[in-house]
Design a protein around this ligand. Structure first.
Ligand code: ZN
Length: 452
């Protein structure tokens, strides 16, 4: 059932001292602001100092960033990495949800690994240093292990939200014993500081009656996560026909700062108020929401209510790519269009959603999301001299409206250089692509031979 795995091309290397020197540094830390001609000193994976004219400690590697933009690594807050193998298939087939339910059961652990690794390669290449892996095709313990192995190998920061198998029956509980086992062993795993554990929860189920989950089951599932002290994430309020799910969660007394709500496109004013009162974060994924027909994100209303909001890829099976720059641009554009106001959502505020606010919404703001001394070193260097940028004017507006993944020159995650000079340093993208294709061929072959 398993597919061959792609090993790292050269290894991501260690976490020595690094000085990123002379760039326009957007710290996203209100106390520090922007620092033109600034330096970021990284020591053993931690941001040691941010400022101008920093001394170079002995043995420190210097990365010149003069004329470039230095910013926190971008933060994704909800992404089904495993189904990256299904990219480009939803429209010619049965649609995204039936595609996942149809082919998901034919995935082996090795296919989860290949899809996750392909997604990680794109994340790193695009400047995304934190992902929230919403893994909703765990068909046995080895599936979770496969996803975690890919994340650890790639070197990204991730919350791994442990989910149910694709096409799981609503009246059956997910594998809570597997979740408990993973939680008990968590601290002994590789990369414990980079990876954290959560629960990808079905909640009461979605718009499809066949997928409804009885209250006794969904309460046991979230109860287990809360007993373990791990955060929970749930899709709610996707299509208009499924509106009202946030109200159901509120009535059941289940909303809270540890329960991230995904989409919320059709949240009523009352539901937005309930989310705000409970301190519940929301993640919006405007590209998938408009392409699948969910409607428009409620960005302005959510922010006005003081709800922590993060931006997300959701799934490249729908969105095609994981371009967080395009996600930011769309988020700003849709908010301004809805308000009929050029200044309703500024580029700077939008950039915050993709960095510090996203980290805050995942409970990771003490580790990442801004270039603040003491935080882990997750940062990107964007090449301003590229033709679609040209020079540094307002750097936040450039990142939101002009930049593209191809402009990301250097990516550092947890102090390790994962992309440099526009090239991935630890992953072999060509090999990962070939292995992903082979894995998908196996998935399709097995789905044909499966009993119907
Ligand atoms: Zn989703």
């Amino acid at each position: 059932m398993t597919s061959p795995e792609s090993g790292p091309a050269a290894g991501a290397g260690g976490r020595g001292s690094l000085l990123v020197r002379g760039g326009h540094v957007i710290t996203m830390d209100p106390a520090a602001g922007d620092i033109p001609g600034g330096d970021v000193l990284v020591s053993d994976g931690t941001i040691a100092a941010v400022g101008t004219g920093l001394a170079v400690p002995p043995g420190t590697r210097v990365l010149e960033a003069t004329g470039m933009i230095v910013a926190p690594g971008l933060v994704d807050t909800h992404w089904h990495l495993w189904n990256t193998l299904l990219r480009g298939m939803s429209e010619s087939g049965p649609g995204y949800f039936r595609l996942c339910r149809g082919l998901g059961p034919a995935f082996g652990p090795g296919d989860i690994y290949q899809g996750t690794l392909l997604a990680c390669a794109e994340a790193i290449s695009s400047g995304v240093t934190t992902v929230h892996d919403w893994c909703h095709n765990i068909r046995g313990p080895e599936y979770a292990e496969a996803g975690l192995r890919a994340l650890a190998q790639a070197g990204v920061r991730a919350r791994f939200s442990y989910g149910y198998p694709a096409a799981h029956r609503g009246d059956q509980a997910m594998d809570l014993a597997g979740l408990r086992r993973l939680h008990a062993e968590w601290d002994g795993r590789a990369a414990p500081g980079l990876l954290s554990l959560g629960l990808a929860w079905r909640g009461p189920g979605g718009s499809d009656p066949a997928m409804r989950v009885p209250a006794a089951i969904y309460r046991r599932e979230i109860g287990t996560a809360r007993e373990l002290g791990i955060p929970v994430t749930v899709h709610a309020c996707g299509p208009r026909s499924a509106a009202g799910q946030i109200g159901v969660l509120a009535s059941a007394g289940l909303l809270g700062p540890d329960l991230q709500v995904v989409h919320a496109n059709w949240a009523t004013e009352a539901e937005i108020g309930q989310l705000a009162a409970a301190g519940g974060p929301v993640t919006i994924s405007p590209w998938s929401e408009i392409l699948v027909g969910y409607g428009l994100p409620r960005t302005a209303e959510l922010l006005a209510a003081g709800i922590p909001v993060g931006l997300s890829v959701d799934t490249t099976a729908l969105t095609g790519n994981a371009d967080m720059f395009a996600i930011m641009k769309l988020t700003q554009g849709l908010a301004n269009a809805a308000a009929e106001d050029e200044f309703a959502l500024t580029a700077r505020r939008t950039l915050a959603l993709a960095t510090i606010d996203g980290a805050r919404s995942l409970g990771l703001a003490d580790l990442t999301g801004s270039l603040t001394p003491g935080k882990r070193a997750d940062l990107i260097v964007v090449s301003a001299p590229d033709p679609n940028l040209g020079m540094v004017t307002d750097p936040a507006q450039l990142l939101v409206t002009a930049a593209q993944p191809g402009n990301v020159d250097t990516v550092i995650a947890d102090g390790r250089v994962l992309k440099e000079g526009g090239v991935l340093t630890a992953l072999d993208a060509a090999r990962i692509g070939r292995d992903a294709r082979r894995a998908l061929d196996g998935v399709i072959a097995r789905s044909w031979s499966a009993p119907r």
